[in-house]
Design a protein around this ligand. Structure first.
Ligand code: SF4
Length: 303
């Protein structure tokens, strides 16, 4: 698939986040060429009055000055070195990163300022940065989440048409894990009736364990307006027999029935325990340097 890349500078790099397990997010790109049918970002796009339908992911904004802006923000006296999450509204290792290196540059800037970070991706391109991430893991807390909702070839191909195969992501996880980077698997989203059978869940957990995953978590599909219309349209095309079931499950809101969601989470937790995921020791970074030391080093680097 060809996409248009728009090189548009940004005014700010770090976004303040509310109601999540982290306070800051960082998205080097707007839009994602992976164009998953269930992509949660479609809902943000609709709210921002941008296309959330089939046009989503065909035009990508590249924040070409992101690293420079980020470095300035990290130097502010008010910066408290709180965890920064990559990949909350785009895939930071989508193909554009091969050329623009904005995720890589941002990671370097965060590490120089002793700032912990987490990252969520489906992109095996991340192995390019294995040395950087291994070095970062010795200095700050680093958590890499590989999104692997399923290993089922049909479900993958129809719902994530432009992503790399899930097993390739797991090979990338192994490279990182072998290099000492804390990495695990997020099974998200699990699709009712399509990827939630016990044997399908077991396959992912077992493969994650074999790849050296330090943790595993899951989420069941949620359908906010923007995501909902596109996903149900794709479902009607690919699995029309499932449509009534989804219309029923999501009749009253974005989330499925609470009991069903909890049942899937419980299964994944138990599978994780049974396969020994979560027992790996967490890497403990050395004590942070003082803020003054980090700032002076940064000023020298920028001079
Ligand atoms: S990889 Fe993530 S951000 Fe990209 S389209 Fe898929 S769900 Fe959306």
């Amino acid at each position: 698939m060809t996409a248009e890349y728009r090189e548009e500078p940004c005014r700010s790099a770090l976004n303040k986040v509310k109601g999540m397990g982290f306070k800051w997010s960082l998205n080097p790109y707007t839009g994602c060429v992976h164009r998953c049918t269930f992509c949660f970002v479609r809902a943000f796009e609709l709210r921002a009055d941008r296309p959330s339908d089939d046009r989503y992911g065909r035009s990508i904004r590249v924040k070409v000055n992101l690293v420079e802006v980020l470095r300035r923000e990290l130097l502010r006296p008010s910066w408290r070195r709180e965890l920064v999450a990559f990949g909350t509204a785009t895939d930071p290792y989508q193909p554009a990163e091969g050329r623009y290196r904005l995720t890589r540059g941002s990671v370097q800037a965060l590490v120089e300022m002793d700032t912990p970070f987490s990252l969520l991706t489906r992109g095996p391109l991340i192995v390019r940065d294995v040395d950087l991430l291994a070095d970062a893991s010795r200095r700050v807390e680093v958590t890499i989440n590989f999104s692997v909702p399923t290993l089922d070839p049909e479900v993958w191909r129809k719902t994530e048409p432009w992503t790399s195969p899930p097993r390739q992501r797991l090979r990338a996880l192994k490279v990182l894990s072998d290099a000492g980077v804390r990495a695990g698997v997020g099974m998200a989203p699990i699709l009712p009736g399509l990827s939630d059978r016990p044997e399908q869940l077991t396959d992912v957990v077992r493969a994650a364990r074999d790849a050296g995953a330090s943790f595993i978590w899951c989420n069941v599909l949620y359908l906010r307006p923007g995501t909902r219309e596109h996903f149900l349209e794709s479902l009607a095309r690919d699995w029309p027999e499932q449509l009534p079931r989804y219309e029923q499950i999501y009749a009253h809101g974005a989330y499925g029935r609470r009991a069903d969601v909890e049942a899937v989470r419980k299964q994944v937790r138990e599978l994780g325990r049974r396969h020994g995921i979560g027992d790996r020791p967490r890497l403990t970074p050395p004590p942070s340097r003082s803020r003054n030391e980090a700032v002076s080093e940064q000023l020298v680097l920028m001079a």
